[in-house]
Design a protein around this ligand. Structure first.
Ligand SMILES: Nc1ncnc2c1ncn2[C@@H]1O[C@H](COP(=O)(O)OP(=O)(O)OP(=O)(O)O)[C@@H](O)[C@H]1O
Length: 112
């Protein structure tokens, strides 16, 4: 989605992430924070030694955003892009962008 507002700030975001352990990105609803930020970090190599984890407040949002990201990456869910919600783990060894519901984060980090 090259025309989403966040894409214009890619260089600034990457630069800021490089220099700071915690970065807060504020943007309008639909500006691309959930779908584009993980893809920006992914193409800049941030998943080489781990997983880019994205939290969503609700299960349905975790599934929907992961579907969107998988579609944009042209992969199937459970491959490079997956999601983990209660009672459903659609990840694999290949997964590098992981969408999860907030309440699942603790369980997942204990399990990994
Ligand atoms: N599953 C989907 N199917 C179709 N379009 C989608 C889907 N998910 C997101 N989009 C589109 O991609 C754009 C970016 O969505 P994204 O969720 O990344 O925005 P956001 O900045 O995280 O919004 P919010 O602050 O509401 O979470 C939106 O304009 C939306 O229309």
């Amino acid at each position: 989605m090259g025309d989403l507002p966040i894409v214009r700030f890619e260089e600034k975001i990457v630069e800021t992430v490089k220099e700071n352990p915690v970065v807060v990105v504020i943007g309008e609803t639909g500006s691309g924070k959930s779908t584009q930020l993980p893809q920006i970090l992914y193409r800049r190599g941030y998943a080489k030694s781990g997983i880019i984890a994205v939290t969503q407040p609700r299960r349905v949002a975790a599934v929907s955003v992961s579907r969107r990201v998988a579609q944009e990456q042209n992969v199937r869910i459970g491959e490079e892009v997956g999601y983990a919600i209660r009672f459903e783990d659609r990840t694999s060894e290949k997964t590098r962008i992981l969408l999860m519901e907030c309440s699942f984060v603790r369980v997942f980090s204990i399990r990994s």
